[in-house]
Design a protein around this ligand. Sequence first.
Ligand code: IPE
Length: 278
Amino acid sequence: MVYAGSREPFKKMEKKTTNSPRMVLLKLGGSLITDKDVPLSINENALRAVGAAIRSSRIKERRISLFLVHGGGSFGHFYASKYHLSQTPKKVLPIGITRTCHAMLKLHSIVKEYLEHYGIATETILPSELLRRNLGSFSNPGRIHFINAVNNGLIPISFGYVGLEEDGAYVVSGDAICKAAVNSLKVCRTIFATDVDGIYPNSNLEGEIIRELSKDHKIITSKHVLDVTGGIRSKIKIGFELAAMGTEVFYVNGAMTGRLRNLIQGKNETKSTRIVNL
Ligand code: IPE
C-alpha cells in the first residue's frame, strides 16, 4: 500500500508536517452545477467557472490536495423526490432507484467532462465504495482507492447517490460524504460552492450575506420543493458540524471564478460566508 511519504492525507497517519499538502474539500452544490428549476438540466456557466477556478488555483504548485464532491440538483433530486426516496432507508419502486442512480451517473459524467476540458484529471470514487451506512468515515476499500488516486496525480471526486440496505434504499447526500471525509482526512478547509454569494439572513436572499456566521445568527430558511436532503437549513447545520470537527468552513458563489480560486488557495478576504465562533 502506498501510505508512506508526505502525500499521505489520512488522519490515522503521523502528525501533519510542514511538507504535507493542505487538503481542501470542495463540495459543488447541485444548486450550482444544475438548474434546480428545470429537471435534468445543467448550469454550463457554473461548470466552466468551477473548471477555471480549479485550473487557475495551481494546486500542485501550491501543495494543495483537493477532494471534490458534487450534489444532485435537478438530476438526483428530481427522481429521488418523484420516487419518494429520502435519507432514511425504505422500500421504493426499483425503477425509481435505477432512474435516480442513472441521473446521478449522467450528471457525474458531465461534471467530469467539464473538468477534463480544463485539464483537471479526476478519479471517480463511488459513494458505495467510500461509505457504509452509519460508519461515518471512509471504508477501507474507499481509503485505498482514494490514496492511490492521489498518488497517481488524480483528484478524487465523489457524489451524492443512492445507498442500498436490507431495509430499503436511501439517498446518500454529498454532504454525508463531506462529513465522512472530514472524519477520515486531515481536511484544512471545506468549501461549499453554491449558486449564491453566501448565507443570507433570510431565504429571500435579501440584504447582505453574513460574512461571519456564528450560532448566534438567526437564519430564516425555507425548504426547496425538490430537495430531498433538506435544503439550506441542512447545509448550514452540516457546516457547523464540520467546523466543530476542526475544518474551516466557507460558503461561496461557485460561479465566481476569482472567489472560488481565492478560497481554494487559502485566502480568506473574498466575498463568502465563513463559519466562526462555534
Ligand atoms: C443528492 O446529493 C443526491 C441525490 C439526490 C441522489 P446532495 O444532497 O448533496 O445534492 P445537492 O447538492 O443538495 O443538490
